[in-house]
Design a protein around this ligand. Structure first.
Ligand code: ZN
Length: 463
């Protein structure tokens, strides 16, 4: 299955198969959920006016700069206010910059020159994380959630190899929109209310973010929900203190600092973590990949205590294996490939008319072990419809909780295409040629493909 995922990038590099960056929304679309009721979405509008509307509670969620704003509506105004104040302070402190090149060079080079040693430590953490990923997962292409991604520097680097979705409360120029050319999907969301489907990710990374969660226990519960069985949560670069008293003292210092900067309210969203969080029973079995950077820290710690100074925070890397839930039935599904054949502005589909449901699907089938999605699409159309096809443009991969789908816009020289209402090609289905201009009206499987096709054909009919 992972070999298949790697093959798709090769096709993406061919001249006919370029996947534009905005389509990362559709890559992840099947796994996005309403932050209010966990419902699925339909797409309304396109481009900058695009909104995702929950099919269950009907709430519309706007997208801005291609970033879906999946915040609970009652939380959105205070989050906006918080981000504006936070951005101002971060610019003042040199943790943010109006120079777009600043974000592109993180974490290896700090162009403000104001936090060079801290960025060096972050770069060191990142390299250690990368090594651990390579050691434990080899060349597998993982689905990674960068939770509390900030400007998204880590997402940008991880997306060179993996499928990455980045969330943060800040969708602005110093938050998720700091990288305008993104090879990952950015989603505005809170850590303790992840608008994502269950059992969908291999890895969640909370990099310098877990201490900003409104409720860190609730964030861990959400992380356990969206990780697949066997998935892992990495908590890194968050200050961890030896006990609750040290956490409280640290919070006091933070409050003073923010008060001096005339934004005391920002302290509400900041809290250190106590070590016991990683030790007491939870949905995760945590191990500590790195206790701290500094070999001398036990001596320093002893000295600080002798001198009556506040207990220092550690910045360990904790890796939590998501523990199995009783009676859990989850397994990797078979990936699927299909071909999109268009004639006279109509798309070839199979119509399934069941007692309880009706849907339309694209001719294709399961990808065999070791087979590429391209080969599977060509083989399936030959076996099923006796058609020889040439592939033109790739749609997908579309990620589902346990599998992936690939579709190809295809051409055939055959004059012998299946007729409307013909049957016998796939069980309980009849052939149905759907008008391209009305694709939004039918239950096309899958909906990620449906909405990407609606947008694609709209664009091409205008061109
Ligand atoms: Zn809803």
């Amino acid at each position: 299955m992972r070999a298949v995922a790697q093959a798709e990038e090769r096709f993406a590099q061919t001249p006919q198969g370029l996947t534009p960056p905005e389509n990362f929304l559709y890559r992840w679309f099947e796994l996005l959920r309403c932050p209010q009721c966990c419902g699925h979405f339909v797409v309304a509008g396109h481009g900058e006016g695009r909104a995702l509307r929950c099919v269950n509670c009907m709430t519309p969620f706007l997208t801005k700069h291609g970033i879906p704003q999946l915040l609970k509506p009652e939380r959105a105004p205070s989050i906006r206010e918080y981000c504006a104040k936070y951005d101002r302070l971060r610019l003042q402190e040199g943790w943010a910059s109006t120079d777009p090149e600043f974000y592109l060079q993180l974490p290896f080079h700090d162009r403000t020159g104001r936090h060079v040693s801290q960025w060096q430590l972050r770069a060191q953490s990142f390299r250690q994380l990368q090594k651990w990923i390579e050691k434990t997962h080899g060349l597998q292409r993982l689905r990674i959630l960068d939770a509390g991604a900030g400007s998204g520097w880590m997402s940008r680097l991880l997306a060179e190899t993996h499928h990455v979705l980045a969330t943060d409360v800040n969708g602005g120029a110093h938050g998720l929109n700091a990288h305008v050319q993104r090879r990952f999907l950015a989603v505005q969301a809170e850590l303790d209310c992840l608008p994502l489907a269950a059992n969908s990710f291999d890895l969640i990374i909370a990099n310098a973010s877990a201490h900003y969660a409104n409720d860190v226990q609730q964030f861990f519960a959400e992380a356990a929900r969206v990780l697949r069985p066997g998935g892992r949560l990495v908590v890194m670069d968050s200050p961890v203190y030896r006990d609750q008293a040290a956490v409280a003292a640290a919070h006091e210092r933070t409050r003073d600092y923010y008060a001096r900067n005339r934004v005391p309210e920002l302290a509400q969203n900041y809290g250190g973590l106590a070590r016991e969080l990683f030790i007491k029973p939870s949905a995760f079995d945590f191990t500590c990949l790195r206790r701290d950077f500094d070999n001398f820290s036990p001596i320093k710690k002893w000295l600080r205590e002798k001198l009556g100074k506040a207990s220092a925070a550690r910045f360990p890397i904790w890796i939590g294996a998501r523990l199995p839930v009783p009676n859990e039935d989850w397994h990797f599904g078979r990936p699927r490939a299909g071909a999109l054949l268009v004639r006279d502005n109509k798309l070839l589909t199979y119509f399934f008319n069941g007692n309880k449901q009706q849907y339309w699907r694209i001719p294709g089938g399961g990808i065999e072990e070791g087979e590429s999605p391209e080969h599977a699409a060509v083989r399936e159309l030959r076996e099923e419809l006796g058609l020889e096809i040439t592939l033109r443009h790739r749609f997908g991969p579309y990620l589902f909780a346990n599998k992936e789908h690939y579709y190809f816009l295809a051409e055939t020289n055959s004059a012998d295409l299946p007729q409307e209402n013909a049957s016998g090609f796939e069980e309980s289905c009849t052939v149905n040629w759907l008008p391209l201009a009305r694709l939004a009206e039918f239950e096309l499987y899958s909906s990620a493909l449906q909405w990407e096709l609606v947008e694609y054909f709209q664009k091409n009919s205008r061109a």
